[in-house]
Design a binder for this molecule. Sequence first.
Ligand SMILES: NC(=O)c1ccc[n+]([C@@H]2O[C@H](COP(=O)([O-])OP(=O)(O)OC[C@H]3O[C@@H](n4cnc5c(N)ncnc54)[C@H](O)[C@@H]3O)[C@@H](O)[C@H]2O)c1
Length: 375
Amino acid sequence: MRVLVTGGAGFIGSHTADALLKEGHSVRIIDNLSKPVHLKGKPTYLSGDIEFMEGDVRNTDDVRKALKGVDAVYHLAAYQDYLTDFSKFFDVNSRGTALLYEIIVEDALPVKKVIIASSQAVMGEGCYTCPRDGKVYPGIRGLEQLSKGAWEIKCPVCGNRIMYASSDETVTNPRNQYAMSKYTQELIGLNLGRRYGIPTVCMRYSIVQGPRQSFYNAYSGACRIFSLNLHFDKAPAIYEDGNQIRDYVNIEDVVRANLLVLREDRADFEVFNVGGGKSVTVLEFFEAAGRVFEKDIAPRITGEFRFGDTRHIFSDITKLRKLGWDPRNNVEKSVADYKTWLESADNLEDILEYAEKRMKERNVVRMSAQGAMDR
Ligand SMILES: NC(=O)c1ccc[n+]([C@@H]2O[C@H](COP(=O)([O-])OP(=O)(O)OC[C@H]3O[C@@H](n4cnc5c(N)ncnc54)[C@H](O)[C@@H]3O)[C@@H](O)[C@H]2O)c1
């Protein structure tokens, strides 16, 4: 097959592209090498066997050129950040997706499948169970609550303490600019795909971890932050109290899922959670990273929080398991592979402070009253 990977210079896209090549497909990438993800330009990890096109998924001529002669598309290009340039999320993610379908339909292109990168973020705070009210789907915590350092979610009906539960694909509760834009990508792909006979699959990735995650993108999360800190013998700040439940999935597992849904007709017009299958707290993740780096460094729990973060989220992966997929790798493997990659990188000195400083400048990270008192 001839396969186009949008955003293929990035983390998930480049690994997917490599796996496609290995399976004998020919691969074209369109990527605008956006900053800060590619602060240092075109990544050297891109295989010479890939046809690389520098272009923007919002540009009609670029997308038309990229789609020429293509049998399938992985649409992974996206704007991901915590910043307040709200319109950019919809411009890149929503409009970029609509343009893809527009050109396929208007030019009557014989594209047999489009696989869209969605996100667990679409489910927001996900599903919780309340002893009184059963399944509930809370909204995000307000600034007032977070400023007091009151991290846990209360039942939106009765106000009692509730327990997180796993969330399946029926849960949609997008609450921030990124999540809303990712949900529009699902809606655009599934509805236009069905209407115009373009088999489409939406992959709701949990937090994907492994080598090639940009050092410079604040959005690329725990693995990058913890690994960089441990590498430099520093103690990272952990937001809230570190007991947030997360769901980390290894990049190799994600790539296997991506390849599975390309060949599997039963996946068409479906949404799949692609998660690690194991709930892990942020603190537990840090401890695992400490074991991999063989460093006994305590994190700093500073009372800071990131406005807009979910408290707990954990994806139910039963649906993808039914197609024969299973996550095989644990968080230690993700960190170990990231460590190897980190150790092979140049100019590490400027990396550590970059993303955190950027988030603070933009007022994404804030301090709770308790944290301020402890200072
Ligand atoms: N990494 C995760 O944990 C995760 C989780 C859930 C969903 N996702 C989704 O998976 C996809 C890939 O994520 P990733 O982690 O590989 O991110 P990444 O930032 O490493 O890769 C995204 C790529 O898209 C490119 N890009 C951005 N805007 C573009 C534009 N306008 N035109 C062309 N290219 C553009 C970037 O240059 C980058 O190479 C994204 O759609 C993301 O929303 C990722």
